[in-house]
Design a protein around this ligand. Structure first.
Ligand code: SIN
Ligand code: FE2
Length: 217
């Protein structure tokens, strides 16, 4: 039986899968703290609601975003940047909850990045049809720190390419509780998310939430 068929029949996927040098998918790694993550997320969104930001080129993003932590990633007509305050309210972004920080740090350590202390957490909300085109995470000052990405809710197809935009991306299914880490040699690899398929998740409803942790400053 091929590995794919084996997975499709029994839904047993390896708990740890290498995507590239320095890039690993940790399946189900966030599951033990899912209830705490969801509760903390609700509190953040009550203070800093999701919004559809505009790219510098004037396109409104299909993914809705908010942030927590000392620095929040924003985009508007003036470009991409990190900002300590939410431009919608003028107030600092909500603090990063300890459960977020600890999970990100533990996931990074699993992949050999000890001492990861994120100061930024971009929170992406995908409704069915929402997608994120291939891009590099390169607005951070410190590329020695990895990116840690936590998936909640509906599953998505994550596209993970290479250092060149033209490198053909591989496709990985990211499900509720999965954590992807990329750093070191793959820190600047292109990645994106295919349009979200319709579905319903027991805890999260008709959406996918992604928490992306970075060391921005
Ligand atoms: C991102 O690259 O910011 C988002 C990745 C994801 O949603 O899995
Ligand atoms: Fe990204």
């Amino acid at each position: 039986m091929t590995a794919d068929l084996f997975e499709a029949v029994l839904d047993v996927r390896p708990p740890r899968e290498a995507m590239a040098d320095g890039a690993v998918l940790l399946r189900g790694f966030a599951k033990p703290v899912e209830a705490d993550l969801i509760a903390a997320l609700r509190a953040i969104v009550a203070q800093a609601p999701f919004r559809h930001m505009f790219t510098p080129g004037g396109h409104q993003m299909s993914v809705a975003m908010t942030n927590c932590g000392g620095a929040g990633w924003v985009t508007d007509r003036n470009g991409y940047r990190y900002d300590g305050a939410d431009p919608e309210s003028g107030k600092p972004w909500p603090a990063m909850p300890p459960v977020f920080c600890e999970l990100a740090s533990q996931a990074a350590a699993q992949v050999g990045f000890d001492g990861f202390a994120p100061d930024a957490c971009l929170i992406n909300r995908y409704a069915p049809g929402a997608r994120m085109s291939l891009h590099q995470d390169k607005d951070e000052q410190d590329f020695s720190a990895p990116i840690v990405s936590v998936s909640l809710g509906l599953p998505a197809i994550f596209l993970f390419g290479g250092i060149k935009r033209s490198d053909k991306p591989r496709r990985y299914r990211l499900a509720h509780g999965d954590v992807a880490v990329w750093g070191g040699p793959s820190r600047l690899f292109f990645h994106g998310v295919a349009p979200l398929a319709f579905g319903e998740h027991a805890a999260m409803g008709h959406q996918r939430i992604n928490l992306t942790f970075r060391k921005a400053r």
